[in-house]
Write a protein that binds this ligand. Sequence first.
Ligand code: NAD
Length: 286
Amino acid sequence: MSARLLEGKPIAVKIKDEIRKEVSEVTSKLSKKPTIAGVQIGDNPAADVYFKSQIKCASELDIEYQHHKLSAEIPQNELFAFIDSLNNNTRVNALFVQMPLPAHIDSRLLYRHISPLKDAEGMHPENLGKLFFGKARVIPCTPRSIMELLKATGINLYGKEAVIVGHSEIVGKPLSLLLLEQFATTTVCHIATGERGLTAEHLKHAEVVVVAVGRANLIKGEWIKEGAIVVDVGINRVNDKLVGDVEFEEAAKRAAWITPVPGGVGPLTVAMLMRNVVEAAKLQLC
Ligand code: NAD
């Protein structure tokens, strides 16, 4: 392996120190701790783990965390009424609803239902619109974590060839806006690129590669350009082990930097969520 490991944990530690300072300023202005309400719908062991890590991170940062666990059978109108009650609760500064939702609930309607001023994930259309214009204060957590990882390499993205594989609403699409904002020449590949067998062709010139698909070893090591930065967002369980979407060993021989899975993007996302809580609280002070 010649690549340097691009690990999320040390960056998260630094970012949490910054957030802690902001929390103390916001707390004195609000005369209370900034507060996030996390909504879990139904029982899911993976979600339980995620909520645990959110609650731990919030407590480390002196942010108040309200965990609300609702039944998977809750009708959509009742869920929206509950969201309204949190929107109107002056104690609550930010809202987070765990995805995926049960099939009878429409995630786009839900994102629209959360007050844009309390939108901890930055997925309300108003906040996505601000992202489009480069003016967002709350930014979707995974793309923001990826940008922090890229920043930590010291790379200047101006004019760099960046290829994102995966165009989901939560990762690939918002990330493309953040990369464009930095003037990276940005290509987004997706299922149709894969079906035509063209992903390798696009990666030939990629100096920055971000993969968010959810298929183990989809990206072959030999597709990676020498000296590229590789951020592997994918999480896949193979033989009881977590692996990413990139063939790690082979890719690491060619890349300059590569994220491990687990330990790359993951450790940063909860910190980014907390950063958005502080941003939301500040917006409410305006
Ligand atoms: P998604 O299922 O919403 O989207 C998958 C994307 O991959 C789509 O754009 C699809 O077109 C594309 N795709 C599918 N097959 C392809 C192929 N053969 N070639 C090229 N593109 C292909 O996924 P998501 O929610 O963005 O998540 C992607 C992965 O990232 C998952 O493994 C998920 O667990 C992981 N993830 C990790 C974090 C984290 O914090 N580390 C956060 C979010 C998502």
